[in-house]
Design a protein around this ligand. Sequence first.
Ligand SMILES: [Zn+2]
Length: 269
Amino acid sequence: MPEGHTIHRLAADHSELFGGRPVRAGSPQGKFADGAALIDGQVLEHAEAHGKHLFLSFPPTGWVHVHLGLFGTYTLGRAPAPPPTDTVRLRLSTEAAYADLRGPTACALITDDEKQAVHDRLGPDPLRPSDDGDRAWARISRSRTSVAALLLDQKVVAGVGNVYRAEVLFRHGIDPYRAGRDLTRAEWDAIWADLVALMREGVRNNRIDTVRPEHTPEAMGRPPRVDDHGGEVYVYRRDRQPCHICGGEVRTAELAARNLFWCPNCQRR
Ligand SMILES: [Zn+2]
């Protein structure tokens, strides 16, 4: 499942490639044929993301709402576009660029009110400049649920996925099983500020890097991480490997239906 930085990056890429221009829209697969016909030839006015939801504005028709889910993928590029395959739910294209969406959980034309209802269901997003951590803190500070489960709950914080959850808790030395209400306000404010910074860097680089300068491969004289997710991290998918800080073994367990990774030495209750 992509994390929020990927969706914000997709919104920025849509704005850059298609924003302010009339676009051709089609659904080679057929499942979004009616919606695509309605926006075909219209101008993409604006693209934005909230958590893992992408919204493309085609006034006056409405918004295309996309959620990639577990299996959805986007391919964006400069023209010429490859011949569309029948797995493409939505293709947007201009003379200069194309975007192919495959396998999303959601791809629908929605109204302003329906879009607002999606925002209302979601918690604040560290990547939305108008959002802050207060609304999330109101829920976290009252909850007996573990902070690791709360961070993945999109109603609490939108856009954080499995990698950022594991990494931000490590960076702040917080045991993932600690209850939300046992976090201090100062700890939460630091976590939120760190998510904002880490996820912005994720949008810029299109990958997740979370190690501080003193823990990069160059600084530590260790080989770079080899993983198809890319990026230098402290604990994510590093189970049974030595912690970069204490040398102890990184552990894994299932929590909220996802694999959690943490260092029991460095992360306290
Ligand atoms: Zn450690």
